[in-house]
Ligand binder design. Sequence first.
Ligand SMILES: NC(=O)c1ccc[n+]([C@@H]2O[C@H](COP(=O)([O-])OP(=O)(O)OC[C@H]3O[C@@H](n4cnc5c(N)ncnc54)[C@H](OP(=O)(O)O)[C@@H]3O)[C@@H](O)[C@H]2O)c1
Length: 237
Amino acid sequence: MARFSDQVVIVTGGTGELGQSVSTAFLSEGATVVIFGRSAESFETMKAELDNSPRLGFQQADLTDEGSVNAAINAVLEQHRRIDAVVNVAGGYFGGVPVAQMPTDRWDQMMRLNLNSVFYVCRAALPSMIARKSGAIVNVGSRAGESGVGGLGAYSVSKAGVRVLTEAIAEEVKHDGVRANCVLPSVIDTPANRKAIPNADFDTWVKPEVIAQTILFLASDEASATSGASIPVYGRA
Ligand SMILES: NC(=O)c1ccc[n+]([C@@H]2O[C@H](COP(=O)([O-])OP(=O)(O)OC[C@H]3O[C@@H](n4cnc5c(N)ncnc54)[C@H](OP(=O)(O)O)[C@@H]3O)[C@@H](O)[C@H]2O)c1
């Protein structure tokens, strides 16, 4: 029996580089996967590549907008009546500007995309998980959120926020059958990163499908004793 048979799993940013690996891994282990993202076109392309799996669904949502997130979570609950796991993959990067020169809009954008989005999704999904006394949240932070990194002020703070928010949620729901954990990638081996840093040793970077396996473990019953953890998934970078 597949680990996630009959389970409903939301993957935000499920059409992105890491998100596709996470979504595919859950599908291959029996889950029904609902991707949250802005681009229906990206989703349709991905779905076609996955032979139009009937267990793959999509909710169009701007994760920086709480109303949009609430509507997407409600739509999943209306259709499937349950949410077994939420994986918050969506996020973005901004670096290279010291705090002394940081434009307010870039700061705000990092907080909205990387931190507020995770807060909105967790807040909307948790009540149904608590009511069912079952659920797992896995958030994607970053090694840069372990401590402040020069030139990455906004990104570091937003990802540190994801880590600390995960710990707070884990503490709040520890008696409710719900767990929350976080993974911390370093540099993921993606085409975008290969283009941005062409002279790096790509072999040291962590592959998205390897991170996906850690995420599936954290979402699975095998990790039933683990909540509030931030797991490094650095590869050798
Ligand atoms: N790449 C790395 O080296 C690295 C390192 C450490 C941590 N991380 C973290 O890992 C995660 C995944 O990274 P990645 O490289 O796979 O990213 P990616 O390829 O850029 O994918 C990002 C995904 O987020 C979605 N998204 C962006 N803004 C959105 C919004 N406002 N509303 C809804 N969806 C939105 C995008 O879908 P739409 O365009 O359809 O909206 C896309 O599917 C991120 O949280 C990132 O910070 C990445």
